[in-house]
Design a binder for this molecule. Structure first.
Ligand code: F6R
Length: 241
């Protein structure tokens, strides 16, 4: 595990963007695993600027996103489909036909999960997986549990995750209660993993997940075992290390 501590959110975002830019420069046909949430927004802004400047290109990149709410149509502005198109895909030169997100509108959850595992398999697995970190240690929507998940699964979101996401919806009752997420096994199969976390609110969980016991009660803790894992955090998130 490599730990990079940046002075603030902007520097964290630039450093994370550096690693992604290097990945797609060295391997233009990379498969990127992408995350939503507030943390990677600065990283995406950096990548958009570098693409506009002609320094990097997504033209040959394939992407597979981590997760999607179950039951939200793509055009709902809280769907992760909408998020990715709004915050990255429409602003870089990526071929949208090569972008993949679990299908939140597929009502048959077993079928949705099976199909998404097949997508990840068919693109040859993930070269670089970008992750954020939930306050309870979740990655993707893999919530604390008795065991680590393997492939794509349909999860019941915990109360704390629903509350954390409520800020994006009109009210807490509008937050979907289930989501499709890539499994921990798939995340661990990525050839490189990059996790970004910022702010004092993440300090406790950063310490627990990456310097504490490896346990499915803190799903991100398994990343300690990944052979090519880089943690990019700001000083506030590193405060308890
Ligand atoms: C999003 C995702 C989640 C978030 C996590 C942190 O695709 O998979 O695990 O990364 O909830 O969210 P933020 O960045 O909003 O603190």
């Amino acid at each position: 595990m490599r730990v990079i501590v940046a002075k603030d959110y902007e520097e964290m975002s630039r450093k994370a963007a550096n690693l992604i830019a290097a990945q797609i420069t060295l391997k233009p046909e990379s498969v990127l695993g992408l995350a939503t949430g507030s943390t990677p927004l600065g990283t995406y802004k950096e990548l958009i600027a570098r693409c506009a400047a002609g320094d990097i290109s997504f033209a040959q990149v394939t992407s597979v996103n981590l997760d999607e709410y179950r039951g939200l149509p793509r055009d709902n502005d809280q769907s992760y489909y909408y998020f990715m198109h709004h915050n990255l895909f429409s602003k870089v030169d990526i071929d949208c036909a090569r972008t993949h997100i679990p299908d939140g509108t597929e009502a048959d959850s077993a079928e949705a999960c099976r199909r998404y595992d097949e997508v990840v398999r068919s693109v040859g697995g993930v070269d670089l997986q970008l992750l954020g970190l939930g306050h309870n240690g979740h990655i993707g929507f893999n919530e604390p549990s008795d065991s680590f998940t393997k492939g794509t699964n349909c999860v019941n979101l915990t109360e704390s995750t629903i509350q954390a996401n409520a800020r994006f919806f009109a009210s807490e009752k509008d937050v979907p209660t289930q989501a499709y997420t890539m499994g921990i096994g798939t995340i661990m199969s990525a050839r490189r993993v990059l996790l970004v976390a910022n702010g004092e609110g993440k300090a406790e969980i950063v310490k627990k997940a990456f310097f504490g016991d490896i346990t499915p009660r803190v799903p991100a803790s398994i990343l300690q075992l990944h052979p090519d894992f880089t943690l990019v955090i700001d000083r506030a998130a590193a405060a308890l290390l």
